[in-house]
Design a protein around this ligand. Structure first.
Ligand code: GLN
Length: 535
């Protein structure tokens, strides 16, 4: 193919319409036509990245192989397409301004006045073009809603790109809402009209409108929207509510979105292959048996905080022909009474990642319950740490054993900051971020699951297992079955004599995809579905 195409996805009316999933679905459709894609997200807020934001505010921080802490939409991109995101895939206004201010301080602007246009917009354009030329089509999602003050420089930047490149090289897709107003018994197009007008005022004429609605838009409504938006009717596409988000690419395709994108970009489909995806959706729809997993965490009121985790469990459920039902348990509630009352209905316990001391003791109780009752247990990052702490306290008898994060004064520091560990230099960054390799011990549960000796998984944590306790743990039946070879850091622990008990310092959930479910989750659900709850 000659020239790289760019598809810009903006959102109107209100947030939470699923712009990330829409962009990911477009990526999925284009891949099904045989095109190579890249996707990036531009977020207009001023934090340099979401790494320091609360999960309650921002939801999950998605981690890439190269250690970028990014927006959770990048998780959708990786799950819906075959792309691997990176540091180049997520830019916030904060990160753009940080670069500009560094340049300004260095004197790079040679005395000129530094302004939003052209300096900020140029930096945004550079970020878009930096994603590289290897893709046929580059998708760019703009965070926020059209009309926000902070998104203006981003919209101006993409307007300029539209002007600079050939007409068939760029495409503007706008996602809006067409609400059904019960009292009037009507679908209302006015919010969409206003949103398109706001875009046009900035100088962007959308090429395609994706209209979120409860049911498909009738022809007269499409006609009306098309007229006000200065579009042909075929460019107004219904985006209806669905049972499973993974069905969206197929539904969009049926609605003609794929065809119109190709037409506007003057491209032909090289193939049309949604077969595997379609088969998988059929399996999802045919699931009837349920397996209940208890998630014991502290952000459970905000399910976005565990986005990739929930998706990974869902994928693993499909692989095992079961619907995974999540029982979200606030770890603090486990301290209030008998854990049996809250955990008796579940067939597997999972303690996910987290930061800070709140809820830790409740998680330790959940681990104890799983260990003693032979309930399958999967501990991820913090969940691995609490599993090791529980074992140290209750099996090794190390009173007050803890992580330095929660009790810096304990005499039994099972987890320490990396820089405090002997012979290990501070890595410069205060977290271990991104992909690290891990060597699995032969004959371990982990080895049986992965079926290979060397794996690579993504990390996001500050504290590491303290090797002083290695011998004691091993001696009493907690096996260290995975280690990072470069720094000899403990990556996986498991319990001998337990049906299925594994804690990993990394986050396997970031690498699970519908058609390639993660082996750890698949194995966990496989054992959980045959486990009888105590109810
Ligand atoms: N708070 C722990 C640490 O920093 C665990 C982090 C996590 O679960 N992602 O090491």
């Amino acid at each position: 193919m000659s020239k790289t195409r760019f598809i810009f996805v903006t959102g109107g009316v209100l947030s939470s319409l699923g712009k990330g999933i829409a962009a990911a679905s477009i990526g999925n459709i284009l891949e099904s036509y045989g095109y190579k894609i890249s996707i990036l997200k531009l977020d207009p807020y001023l934090n340099v990245d979401p790494g320091t934001m609360s999960p309650f505010q921002h939801g999950e921080v998605f981690v890439t192989d190269d250690g970028a802490e990014t927006d959770l939409d990048l998780g959708h991109y990786e799950r819906f397409t075959t792309t691997l995101t990176s540091q180049k895939s997520n830019w916030t206004a904060g990160r753009i301004y940080e670069k500009i201010i560094q340049k300004e301080r260095r004197g790079d602007f040679l005395g000129k006045t530094v302004q939003v246009i052209p300096h900020v917009t140029d930096e945004i354009k550079a970020a878009i073009f930096a994603i590289g030329k290897s893709a046929d089509i580059i998708l760019v999602e703009i965070g926020g809603t059209v009309g926000d003050i902070e998104s203006l420089p981003f919209l101006e930047a993409i307007r300029q790109i539209g002007l600079e490149l050939d007409e068939a090289q760029t495409l503007f897709v706008h996602l809006t809402l067409v609400p059904f107003i019960k009292t009037a018994g009507e679908l209302k197009t006015k919010p969409t009209q206003h949103s398109v007008k706001a875009l046009q005022e900035i100088g962007i004429q959308p090429d395609i409108l994706l209209c979120r609605a409860e049911t498909p838009l009738p022809a007269d409504i499409k006609k009306k929207i098309a007229l006000f938006a200065n579009l042909k009717e075929e460019a107004v596409v219904s985006a209806v509510d669905v049972e499973t988000i993974y069905e969206i690419p197929l539904i969009y395709k049926k609605e003609g979105l794929g065809a119109i994108i190709l037409k506007k970009l003057k491209l032909k489909s090289r193939q049309d292959d949604s077969i595997e995806w379609g088969k998988w959706i059929k399996r999802v729809k045919g699931l009837s048996r349920e397996t209940t997993i208890g998630i014991v965490g502290k952000y459970i009121m905000h399910s976005d905080a565990y986005k990739s985790l929930f998706e990974a469990l869902f994928h693993a459920g499909v692989a095992n022909n079961v619907k995974v039902k999540l029982d979200l348990i606030d770890s603090d509630d486990l301290m209030a009474g008998d854990p049996e009352a809250l955990l008796k209905n579940i067939q597997g316990i999972l303690v996910p990642g987290g930061f800070g001391i709140r809820g830790i003791e409740g998680m330790i109780r959940a681990v104890e319950y799983a260990r003693i009752n032979g309930i399958p247990y999967l501990g991820i990052c913090l969940g691995m740490q609490v599993a090791t702490i529980e074992f140290s306290r209750n099996v090794l008898g190390l009173k007050g054993a803890n992580s330095a994060e929660f009790d810096p004064l304990t005499s039994h520091k099972i987890f320490l900051k990396l820089k405090e560990l002997k012979n290990i230099e501070n890595m410069g960054h205060n977290m271990r971020l991104g992909a690290y390799s891990c060597i699995l011990r032969k004959n371990s549960l982990a080895y049986k699951i992965y079926q290979q000796e060397k794996i690579s998984e993504r990390h996001r944590h500050r504290y590491e297992f303290n090797p002083e306790f290695e011998y004691m743990l091993e001696n009493k039946g907690m096996r260290i079955s995975g280690k990072n070879p470069e720094r000899n850091l403990v990556e996986i622990v498991e319990l001998s004599g337990h049906p299925w008990f594994l804690g990993c310092q990394f986050h396997p959930e970031f690498k699970s995809r519908p058609l390639q479910p993660h082996p750890l989750f698949v194995s966990f659900i496989k054992i959980a579905k045959t486990t009888k709850s105590n109810a």
